[in-house]
Every structure is written in structure tokens, then in C-alpha cells.
Design a protein around this ligand. Structure first.
Ligand code: CUK
Ligand code: CUA
Length: 662
């Protein structure tokens, strides 16, 4: 009994604490059922567990204050997750077809998907998404668009956050894999696709013994046309780079706006070949003590491109390496042991680089870079790129632990770095202007919080912008091992929500969220009130691709009809609870079919599906949406079409016959 009272008191105290204002907490605290305390006791929940539960629980009907956009890794998707409840809100098909969204199964999104095929038209049906980036205005998320790269095939996708649909995929014509994308400049002038593995430009054939002469790195600045909501390849440009493996990138902002930074590895120019007695890549690429931080003046590159000093290769403007050197676009600076990550601090004055085999993060000063460039007299690498000496540009090095990878920031002057080998989140203090924000010494480690296990990226609420919001960090852990029920040898990843609301060494793990589809790399967390998404399409007949009323749409059931012109059959179909009109379509085998479907619904969430069995067609028709499918009726027989969304009590009756006469 005594124990029970203790628990009750504890929960009440926690509730009061969690709500801040004791006077406002009365309904929950005073009416707390005794069985809650009994439950806590029965389950053996600790004080920390109860605190974590109260921090993350979202009562039914309440929505999360933050939205996380996570890459879906090799599933080619984007995951949308509410924070702090860690509930999945949506899975967006990007580089793979997503039947639940009707993405890539017959409607206008087929064209989006096909845009991303190889230059010769070969199909690419999957992708490896790494880094989602929300569009920014003045260095802060504006909630309008989301971009993500496909590492596997060097592609970039544009998602419109009005309806959370993928609107565009561009295939990079001059490289075959990418990594340091998709990173936006502070006003989303460009979406940058950094490279990864060196290949000859245009991924033409060249033997690996020609590596130094013929292989190259390449960074792409895709121009974003915000009005059209699309990338404009004709206004985009690339910069040829030495064939080091450029890795993670970040855009300068604030004082460093106009500049761009990428870490790299393999300055050894290793080409592998373990099977013929060469050192394997893992050894060959880690011989040198340093690799090169790549420092780009992208405003200068833009000027050079606009002045016509770029060459055209496979339809893309490429600023050649020598031009980049001559024009002062590209500089290097040494980075310690197997660097990873390049993260710009909120005001833009420092770049932080991790080191997979170095226990430090290295902090580069943008101001010192500028001074070193201005001073001149720089040595160059073997390709002639000027190298800024590390001791001239280094602001500090902080020893954090083993395997520092990525760094994000909060509103209290702390930085948070993922430690892969240590399986920990390091909280440390920034110096410079940030020093006044926290009581601790600048540039010192404050806390190492164990996470489970092997954290890759780390993300914080608006933690990579000019205006970090603090509150939470999410550790994107690669291994989960023993954290969840055994679902076989392919185990989930583990997202761990971490409370960073209190200063000093008081970070705490709050919640484990299994990710059961692939390996997310990066995620961004945005304040939910920045979203301007729509609930229903603005007008009946809306084409989500053109973002306007489609000329083929109908506005009432009276206009539903079938017209035949020779062997061409055109169908105008209305869709509303709970019937299609027409319900019979009778055609001849071999006819060419153009089928327009319009949802006449105006009620939020009154979505209908349209599955045409045997023809590999499935649409999702959201309220007001119009879609057109086009195909040849090759198979004769009796086919059914039906609604795949449980839209009403008579949803099962929402069907029709597609009769194809032999
Ligand atoms: S990389 Cu995955 S942990 Cu692709 Cu951003 Cu560093
Ligand atoms: Cu419409 Cu089910």
C-alpha cells in the first residue's frame, strides 16, 4: 500500500512537472486513477519510464507538434512520422512504385516514375534514398517541398508537400551514384546532388587502371523553380571534381551563404581489386592520414555558368575542373582519418566534420577559410586544386569518442554528434557566438548517451537549419539486435527518441521505434505548423501533376460516357460513394483505351481506389482528383474493376465489369 501511494505521488509529480504549470495540470493529476499506479508497479516501470511515457504519449485525437521526414533507405520511399509519438503518418512512394498511393500503376505518376529511367530508357524500379531535405527560406524550413536523392542510381526527386506526392524524378546523366544530396541552399535556389563513387563523366567505359586520368567526381547544382515546383535541368550546372569519393555535404548559410561543403574519402585513388592481389577498398581508401574537405563557392560557379564558361555533356552544363580552379570556385582543406559528415552550424560560421577512424570532430572556421584564400600562396593537390592548410582554418577539435559521424544543433548552443562505434550520442558545447548560451566551457564534451545500437545519422528538431528548435533528438540506429521481438535475421532499424529539453548531462532515451522497411539514413524534423498541406484537392477535376483542373475531367455524373472512334475507346467515368458510372464497359480485344476517372467527392478522406484486375492498374482517387489511364486491351475476357478503399458501408458494391470481346 505504501508503495502504491509512492507511485501515485510520483506520477502526480511527474505530471505536474511535464505540464510546467501545476495549476493547469489539475484534471489529469487530481483525477489520476489508482489503477495507473498499480499498473506501473505491476510492470516494474521506473521513474524514467513513466517520465518517458508522459513525454511521448499523444492522446487520441491530438496531433504531434513535429513532423519527421525520414528516408526509407533501400526501399526507395520517404516515411512521415509524428514526433514525439513516433507514429507513422504516411509512406510516400518515390523511387519505387507504391500501390497504396496509386503511384506508378497507371495514372499520371507513371510519367514521373519513367522520367527517372536510365538515359537509354532502361527501367529503374527501386532506389536507395539517403538524405531528405525540406525546402528552405532564409535558412529555415518553409514546409513547401521535400527533396531526396537516390544513391543507387544518382537521381533526385521532388515531393510537393501540398499533397505529399512525388512530382518529379531527374536522372543525373553524368554519374551513376550519388550521396551528398539532396541538400538545399538557404533559399532553395539549388538542390545539390553530391557525388559518391568516381566514374568517368557520363559513366562511359574506362578501365580502372585509367582511374587517375579518366575517372572523376562530380557535383550537381539542380536549379529549383519554386513557382513550377520542379527542378529545371536547363538552368542547372555541374562541377567536375577529382575522383576522390565526395561524401556528405551541407550548404553554407548566414555568413557562409553562397558556399558549399562536402567531406570526401579515397584521396588515395584506390581502385580495389582484392581478387587480383590489390589492397581491398577498405584498406586502400584508409591509407592516408587525411582526406579533403571540399569547399565550393557556388555563387561564383553560378556566375561562371551564366557567363557561358561551362561545357555541355549529355545535355548538362559542366564546369570543368580547370575552370573551377582558375575561377576560384573550388578549394580543399585536409580532414583527419576517414572523414564523414560536413555540418554547418546554425549561423554558418563553422563546418563540423566527423571522422570514422578519428575520435575527434574537427571544426573549421569559415572566416579563417576566407583569410587563407585571400592570403594566397597555397599548395595544390595532384589535380591542381588549392589546399588550405588545416592549421590555418581549424577553429577547434573536440574529442568525443569512437566513430563520430554526423552533427546537429539545438537552441541552447549545444551540438549533438552520432558516435557509430561507441553507439552513443555526444552532446558538446559550441564556442564562438554560441558560448554565451550555455554555462559550460566552449568546445567540450558534456554527455555521452548510450543508444541501441550503432547510430548513423542523428536529427534534431529543425536541427540543421538557421533556427534550431531543440526539445528532441532522434538517433537513427543501424542495429537493433535485442530491442524487439525476433522477426528473423533481417532485423528492423531502431529510431530512438531522445529528450534534450534539459541542459547539461540530462539527455534521456524516451522511446524505441522499429523501422521495418529498410535502412533510413537521414531524417529532418519540422514544426508541424509549417505545413500548408491541403485536405481535399481545390476543385473537382484536379490534376495533381499540373496542379490545375484537367480539361478531361467531368464535373457531374451526367457527363459520364463512353465514346468509340474506330478502335479507340475513350471513357469518362465518375467516382463517388459508392459507385462508378458507367458500371459496364464493353469493348473489343485490341482496342486502345483512354480512361478518365474523376472523383466528385468533396469530403476530407473520402478516397476511392480503382483497381482493374488483370491489367496491373491501381489508382488512388482522392477527393476532387482526376486521373487518366491509357492501355491496349490485349487480354480478352471478363474483368472486374473495384474500389480498394473502404469508403462506405456499400464499398464492396463499388465495382463494375470490363468486358473485352475476343
Ligand atoms: S550516410 Cu548513412 S549514416 Cu548516406 Cu548520410 Cu552517414
Ligand atoms: Cu469507393 Cu470503396
Amino acid at each position: 500500500m505504501k508503495k502504491r501511494l509512492l507511485y501515485l505521488g510520483l506520477i502526480a509529480a511527474l505530471l505536474l512537472g511535464a505540464c510546467g504549470q501545476p495549476s493547469q495540470a489539475t484534471p489529469a493529476a487530481s483525477g489520476l486513477p489508482a489503477d495507473a499506479a498499480a499498473l506501473a508497479q505491476e510492470r516494474g516501470l521506473t521513474q524514467d519510464d513513466i517520465y518517458a511515457a508522459l513525454k511521448t504519449y499523444m492522446p487520441s485525437g491530438q496531433t504531434d507538434p513535429f513532423i519527421m521526414f525520414s528516408s526509407g533507405g533501400q526501399s526507395g520511399q520517404v516515411l512521415v512520422i509524428g514526433v514525439p509519438s513516433m507514429r507513422i503518418l504516411k509512406v510516400i512512394g518515390v523511387f519505387q512504385r507504391e500501390s497504396w498511393q496509386g503511384y506508378g500503376f497507371g495514372g499520371s505518376t507513371d510519367a514521373v516514375f519513367k522520367e527517372g529511367y536510365m538515359p537509354d530508357g532502361s527501367e529503374l524500379a527501386w532506389g536507395d534514398t539517403h538524405h531528405p531535405n525540406i525546402s528552405e527560406t532564409n535558412g529555415s524550413y518553409d514546409g513547401e517541398f521535400l527533396f531526396i536523392n537516390d544513391k543507387a542510381n544518382a537521381r533526385l526527386a521532388v515531393i510537393d508537400l501540398r499533397d505529399f506526392e512525388t512530382k518529379q524524378i531527374v536522372k543525373n546523366p553524368n554519374t551513376i551514384s550519388d550521396h551528398g544530396g539532396a541538400f538545399v541552399t538557404p533559399n532553395t535556389e539549388y538542390v545539390v546532388e553530391g557525388p559518391q563513387y568516381g566514374v568517368p563523366l557520363g559513366f562511359e567505359y574506362a578501365p580502372t587502371d585509367q582511374y587517375q586520368q579518366q575517372y572523376r567526381g562530380l557535383i550537381t547544382f539542380w536549379k529549383f523553380d519554386r513557382l513550377k515546383g520542379r527542378v529545371d535541368p536547363s538552368q542547372s550546372f555541374q562541377i567536375e571534381l577529382p575522383p576522390y569519393w565526395q561524401d556528405l555535404c551541407d550548404a553554407g548559410k548566414g555568413v557562409s551563404d553562397g558556399w558549399f561543403f562536402c567531406n570526401s574519402f579515397n584521396t588515395e585513388l584506390a581502385t580495389g581489386g582484392v581478387e587480383s592481389g590489390q589492397p581491398p577498398f577498405e584498406a586502400g581508401t584508409t591509407k592516408n592520414d587525411t582526406d579533403y574537405l571540399h569547399i565550393f563557392n557556388w555563387k561564383k560557379a553560378e556566375e561562371v555558368f551564366k557567363a557561358g564558361k561551362a561545357e555541355t555533356l549529355n545535355g548538362m552544363a559542366v564546369i570543368k575542373l580547370q575552370t573551377a580552379i582558375d575561377e576560384g570556385i573550388l578549394f580543399f582543406s585536409p580532414e583527419p582519418k576517414s572523414p564523414h559528415g560536413a555540418d554547418v552550424t546554425p549561423k554558418g560560421e563553422f563546418v563540423i566534420v566527423g571522422g570514422k577512424l578519428d575520435p575527434h570532430v574537427t571544426i573549421y572556421s569559415f572566416q579563417k577559410m576566407q583569410a587563407a584564400i585571400a592570403a594566397g600562396g597555397l599548395e595544390t593537390d595532384v589535380y591542381g586544386v588549392p589546399v588550405l592548410p588545416l592549421d590555418k582554418v581549424k577553429e577547434a577539435q573536440v574529442e568525443l569518442g569512437l566513430g563520430p559521424l554526423h552533427t546537429v544543433f539545438d537552441d541552447k548552443g549545444y551540438a549533438y554528434t552520432s558516435l557509430f562505434l561507441d553507439s552513443a550520442v555526444a552532446r558538446w558545447t559550441l564556442g564562438g557566438d554560441y558560448a554565451s548560451q550555455h554555462p559550460e566551457e566552449p568546445w567540450t564534451l558534456v554527455q555521452k548517451l548510450p543508444v541501441q545500437y550503432n547510430i548513423g545519422h542523428i536529427t534534431a528538431v529543425e536541427g540543421d537549419t538557421a533556427t534550431p528548435a531543440g526539445g528532441f533528438v532522434v538517433a537513427l540506429n543501424k542495429w537493433s539486435i535485442d530491442r524487439f521481438a525476433n522477426v528473423g535475421p533481417l532485423m528492423p532499424q531502431n529510431f530512438q527518441l531522445v529528450d534534450i529539453s534539459k541542459g547539461g548531462d540530462q539527455m534521456k532515451v524516451l522511446y524505441d521505434m522499429p523501422i521495418g522497411m529498410a535502412e533510413p539514413h537521414y531524417a529532418q524534423i519540422m514544426k508541424a505548423d509549417r505545413l500548408k498541406s491541403i485536405q481535399v484537392y481545390p476543385e473537382i477535376g484536379w490534376n495533381p501533376d499540373t496542379w490545375s483542373v484537367d480539361p478531361t475531367a467531368i464535373t457531374s455524373e451526367d457527363e459520364a460516357r463512353v465514346e468509340r472512334n474506330g478502335t479507340n475507346v475513350e471513357i469518362w467515368m465518375s467516382v463517388i460513394r459508392s459507385h462508378y458510372k458507367p458500371e459496364h464497359i464493353e469493348i473489343n480485344q485490341g482496342d486502345h483505351v483512354v480512361w478518365h476517372l474523376t472523383s466528385l467527392e468533396r469530403t476530407p478522406d473520402a478516397t476511392h481506389g480503382f483497381a482493374l484486375s488483370g491489367y496491373n492498374i491501381n489508382l488512388s482517387l482522392e477527393p476532387g482528383e482526376t486521373q487518366t489511364i491509357e492501355f491496349d486491351a490485349k487480354q480478352a475476357g471478363t474483368f472486374t474493376y473495384y474500389c480498394t478503399e473502404f469508403c462506405s458501408a456499400l464499398h464492396l458494391e463499388m465495382m463494375g465489369y470490363f468486358l473485352v470481346k475476343p
